[in-house]
Design a protein around this ligand. Structure first.
Ligand SMILES: *[C@@H]1O[C@H](CO)[C@@H](O)[C@H](O)[C@H]1NC(C)=O
Ligand SMILES: *[C@@H]1O[C@H](CO)[C@@H](O)[C@H](O)[C@H]1NC(C)=O
Ligand SMILES: *[C@@H]1O[C@H](CO)[C@@H](O)[C@H](O)[C@H]1NC(C)=O
Ligand SMILES: *[C@@H]1O[C@H](CO)[C@@H](O)[C@H](O)[C@H]1NC(C)=O
Ligand SMILES: *[C@@H]1O[C@H](CO)[C@@H](O)[C@H](O)[C@H]1NC(C)=O
Length: 372
């Protein structure tokens, strides 16, 4: 004798088989209901989308399917009677009431509205829709990529206004915030341009104009990106030293002239406040190259700018009286800049130093000063 409790499921099964065999028509059902409880589901890119659907009651044969979209752009995501798509699995395999599905590795293209649909045999063969769920709108949230800040291709000098651009992409939804800072100070930027990118994510580009200053060697620009998917904003820094060029001021100094015959006279070329350090110094005597005695290494000052000294020693022989000694500087592959001084030798007959001295002027407009 079979206990009553165990008979119940058997009864149901028989009923189910009965209904199927009788081919219950599309319109006939016994308290059939299809529940698609969630209207919205939001997941992060790469996570699993769960789409709930349960049915109860009895209805004629025909599969339950999950469809994406409705109308002309309908795509079958799951078919009870077919092979499941690669990323799609049932939450409760083989269940006849719980048709919840899971879509692994959510992609932007998974966004859309999904319908759980019960089909029954149609009059003209094939299946027809018996009942459709109310639809679940799936949105896939995607974090923006690490922002990238790009500057000009070539170095620029103080006083010039240079554009910098911050870009990021791969995010969803579209709304994104961008803030620029120079060191700690907020900057005015043009409105970011947001464009659709790839399947259903967006990319963003924001530009600021920066007027360079001499003491920007240690300055940095910061682009901060805020998005609904981020707990803390993403930011990217750009050191202005990467694109800043501060040309040196060039000045030749020597000792008070005229100098005594046969003395060794030192000429010093002083390069002040330049950036980057890449500089070459050469010396000319009346336009002809001479050997450099002392080249010092560039010295970095507190503001990040460099300073450099170069020296030559010239024998004050009679034939060199009135010679022009030129310091020629090539900074960062730019056009040469020069500064000159004269070698003036006192007449041995007069003896000692006279009061007069002369100055030479170079391209930089700097003269030479006595006292070096
Ligand atoms: C969705 O279905 C799964 C599997 O049956 C279940 O665990 C979960 O509680 C359901 N969620 C909702 C919101 O109905
Ligand atoms: C200067 O040097 C030259 C050659 O070395 C020498 O002939 C001349 O006497 C020197 N003159 C003085 C004033 O020392
Ligand atoms: C300096 O600049 C020259 C020419 O642009 C380049 O060849 C050289 O490698 C640079 N040197 C340094 C130390 O940057
Ligand atoms: C050098 O030149 C200056 C001016 O041209 C002249 O006064 C001076 O006597 C010269 N010195 C010698 C040693 O010839
Ligand atoms: C120094 O610079 C000036 C101005 O650019 C130029 O005319 C002159 O030829 C330069 N001198 C040398 C020795 O190159």
């Amino acid at each position: 004798m079979v206990p009553v409790m165990q008979e119940l499921p058997l009864m149901c099964l028989i009923l189910l088989l009965l209904c199927r065999d009788l081919g219950v028509g599309a319109q006939e059902s016994q308290g059939f209901s299809l529940q698609q409880p969630e209207t919205k589901v939001s997941v992060a890119l790469g996570e699993t989308i769960t789409l709930n659907c349960t049915i109860s009651g009895l209805v004629g044969p025909g599969p339950v399917r999950w469809l994406k979209g409705w109308g002309s752009e309908t795509k079958t995501i799951y078919d009870q009677r077919g092979y499941p798509l690669a990323r799609v699995t049932r939450a409760v395999a083989e269940s006849n009431t719980d048709f919840t599905i899971r879509i692994r590795n959510a992609q932007p293209e998974d966004m859309g509205t999904y319908y759980c649909v019960k089909f029954v045999n149609g009059d003209k063969g094939g299946y027809e829709v018996f009942q459709r769920g109310s639809g679940t709108e799936v949105s896939v949230q995607a974090k923006p990529n690490l922002p990238l800040v790009s500057g000009p291709e070539q170095r620029a000098e103080p006083g010039q206004s240079v554009p910098f651009t911050c870009t990021t992409g791969g995010f969803f939804p579209e709304k994104i915030g961008v803030k620029w800072f120079k060191n700690k100070d907020p900057m005015m930027a043009q409105l970011p341009r947001v464009t659709a990118w790839g399947a259903k994510t967006y990319s963003m580009s924001s530009t600021v104009l920066v007027t360079l200053q001499k003491d920007d060697v240690r300055s940095q620009l910061i682009c901060k990106v805020q998005h609904s998917t981020l707990q803390v904003p993403l930011h990217e820094r750009y050191q202005l030293s990467r694109i800043l060029r501060v040309p040196p001021s060039v000045e030749v100094r020597t000792e008070p002239s005229p100098v005594e015959l046969n003395r060794t006279v030192t000429f010093t070329c002083l390069l002040k406040e330049f950036y980057p350090a890449n500089v070459s110094v050469s010396w000319l005597e009346n336009g002809i190259g001479i050997k450099v005695e002392n080249v010092f290494r560039p010295l970095q000052l507190s503001r990040g700018l460099f300073e450099l000294k170069s020296q030559v020693e010239v024998q004050a022989t009679e034939e060199k009286n009135g010679s022009t000694i030129t310091c020629m500087v090539v900074h960062d592959a730019q056009a040469p800049v020069n500064s000159s001084a004269f070698l003036l030798i006192s007449n041995p007959g007069q003896g000692g130093l006279s009061k007069g001295f002369q100055m030479g002027k170079g391209a930089s407009g700097m003269g030479c000063l006595p006292g070096w």
